[in-house]
Design a protein around this ligand. Structure first.
Ligand code: ZN
Length: 636
């Protein structure tokens, strides 16, 4: 059915719809088919028809009310307030006229959903607006508010974008698909600037579009979009696996240069990457550097982003269906599954993944209907990369903290804002609670605070345990008496002057952010310890210090250069990584790969990736490839 034209679908809908459907319009809305009706009751009474239709056209179908069937926003708001019982705890109502939806944020969603949704039906009947329910986030997130305001303000543009995307997805394919090519434009034999182009006879998809944070030379820091194999104008879709800058940091550049197609990612990835991308401008204004794109390009990206839930199969072009699955790496991180050409080929791109449980997330998903090509990361694929068991790793960090705090020093933990910081917060808090870690204030500085709020807003994406705490017991695991957020420069100076403490601050590789201020004051103190808990990309200050650099030139607040002597301890605790080690990578490949297609090794330093490739090559002779930057490999 994927070759059915829009007109044919329209005709079919109109001829098969029951009389009370009162369909006024059939539209493509991004990857979905949207039916507009004059009869609000059809939203719930027409469910049999829409599920049957979804099965026939093999697309997701959504029913919306026609604009004429909706009451005025002000009147609707009052009606809704009178319908919703007090105990539901309504905290916000926003209308999305492009979709005819009213978003209701409540403390107790269960109150509205009980009794087969009688209250929700009443809202539809009396207002003509379709309610979508979400829970009041336990922590306020400025970025979530910012995104919804932007979508609200520019809703007409947004609905046009969704219609255009839909038209493009469901265009008539020119020829049947019989070839699939993969070209790394970045992230081949290196960690950083991940960017992979998948080309079929009909479509061109970009998976990830990141930067290389350790390098300033644009030839090495950005994906090679200048290569002949790449063509921005024929790009159908961009898929972002997760919100780390080495995977998403270059997406707005595509918009700067005229891309107006969709960006697909998981629901939490949108606010997380928005936060990271806007931060780039703050960092650059502080350091006086230029950025490869502007804030308006980031906003354009937001308008074009279509967030997806894990497991939702979505058409993204005439011959490609996309499904995202949990990757266990950071909140919202996704393993990307592409089903290409009606059963021709299935490609799994792991992005960064963790094939074991962490305090924060469930392990990466390892079951797919079919896999012919497995594109796997290989960050920790070296023969020496064995991560100790999680409990051992935690004890090592606790031991370092105890030792430092007992001698009156401060512990500085540079951390990536997303993922690692929340993991470390949970670990430190639980050991302090158990009395196994010396009681001391834990200060958290930088973007970590906003990111933590986003974590608490998407409990469905967290580990089962955390999800239960938030949803069932209404406890926010990220709020603790031991943890103090630092929100001002005076609080920052006080922390530096104060007694023993643990400070978690961004950025994770000492490449900017408040951590630098702490490092300048803390590293010269020999009682102190700086502990690295995440991977340090080659070229970053963090990596150079780990490699033994003990005198660091840094800028003072008034722009002069000063030499900072590193006299305190430098430690590295590796097992907190959100990546899989060599054993985990190998078991993942063994579990997922079916011996029939290809394993493609990416996202690793050359020496590690090639050692891993030859190791796998002995298990799967002739099946493993290690592509170079810009090299196109034929998958089928
Ligand atoms: Zn990552």
């Amino acid at each position: 059915m994927s070759k059915t034209t829009k007109d044919k679908i329209k005709e079919m809908v109109l001829s098969k719809a029951p009389p009370d459907a009162a369909i006024t319009q059939v539209e493509f809305e991004g990857p979905r088919l949207a039916l507009y009706t004059k009869n609000p009751r059809f939203l719930f009474e027409g469910q049999d028809f829409t599920s049957e239709l979804a099965r026939t056209v093999r697309k997701r179908v959504v029913v919306r009310t026609s604009p004429t069937a909706r009451t005025d926003k002000k009147i609707a708001e009052n009606t809704i307030k009178s319908i919703i019982p007090k105990e539901a705890g309504l905290s916000a109502i926003t209308f999305d006229p492009s979709l005819g939806e009213v978003s209701l944020v409540v403390n107790m969603p269960a109150v509205l959903e009980s009794g087969e949704g009688v209250l929700l039906k009443k809202i539809v009947e009396e207002t003509g607006w379709r309610p979508s329910i979400s829970r009041t986030p336990p922590m306020e997130s400025k970025i979530l508010v910012h995104i919804s305001q932007l979508l609200d303000m520019r809703y007409e543009e947004r609905s046009k974008i969704l219609r255009d995307v839909g038209e493009r997805i469901f265009r008539n394919p020119v020829v049947a698909t019989d070839s699939v090519l993969l070209t790394p434009l970045g992230g081949a034999c290196q960690v950083g600037r991940s960017c992979f182009q998948v080309t079929t006879n009909e479509s061109r998809i970009l998976i990830d579009c990141g930067i290389n944070p350790g390098i300033s030379d644009p030839r090495f820091s950005y994906p090679r979009l200048d290569l002949d194999t790449f063509d921005l104008n024929s790009l159908d879709a961009v898929v972002v696996s997760h919100a780390h800058l080495d995977h998403c940091g270059f997406v707005p550049f595509l918009f700067k240069h005229g891309y107006r197609g969709p960006v697909y990612c998981s629901e939490p990835t949108l606010p997380l990457m928005t936060l990271l991308l806007f931060d780039i401008f703050e960092v650059s204004s502080r350091s006086g550097t230029t950025t490869p794109y502007e804030q308006k390009d980031v906003r354009e990206m937001i308008l074009h982003t279509i967030p997806l839930r894990y497991g939702a199969v979505t058409d993204i072009s005439p011959d490609v269906k996309l499904t995202l699955h949990n990757a266990g790496h950071i909140l919202g991180s996704s393993i990307v599954h592409l089903h290409i050409g009606e059963g021709l080929h299935n490609l799994v791109y792991t992005g960064d993944y963790k094939y074991s449980r962490t305090a924060l997330l469930e392990p990466s998903v390892n079951v797919f209907p079919r896999v012919e090509t497995l594109v796997t990361e290989s960050t920790y694929s070296g023969i020496e990369d064995t991560m100790p068991p999680r409990a051992e790793v935690e004890l090592r960090l606790i031991e370092i903290c105890n030792r430092t705090l007992k001698r009156g020093g401060k512990v500085l933990i540079p951390s990536l804002a997303v993922g690692r910081a929340q993991e470390i917060m949970l670990v430190l808090d639980s050991y302090m609670r158990k009395g196994e870690l010396v009681e001391a204030p834990i200060f958290v500085d930088g973007m970590i605070l906003d990111v933590t709020a986003i974590h608490s807003a998407y409990p469905e994406y967290l580990s089962r345990e955390l999800r239960n705490l938030i949803l069932v017991e209404a406890i926010n695991p990220f709020k603790s008496e031991y943890i103090t957020p630092i929100k001002s420069s005076s609080a920052r100076s006080e922390t530096i002057r104060g007694g023993p403490s643990i400070i978690i601050a961004t950025s994770g590789m000492l490449e900017g952010g408040p951590v630098l201020g702490y490092f300048k004051s803390i590293a010269p103190d020999e009682k102190s310890t700086t502990v690295f808990v995440n991977y340090q990309i080659e070229g970053t200050l963090g990596r150079r210090i780990l490699n033994g650099l003990r005198e660091v030139s840094m800028f003072t607040d008034n722009g002069k250069v000063e030499i900072v002597k590193v006299a305190g301890e430098i430690e590295k605790v590796e097992g907190f990584s959100g990546h899989s080690d060599r054993n985990q990578l190998t078991s993942y490949v063994r579990r997922v790969f079916t011996r029939k297609g290809k394993i493609v090794i990416v996202h690793g330093e050359r020496s590690k990736s090639s050692s891993f490739a030859s190791y796998l090559g002995r298990i799967y002779p002739g099946r493993v490839s290690l592509p170079q930057l810009g090299e196109t490999i034929r998958l089928t």
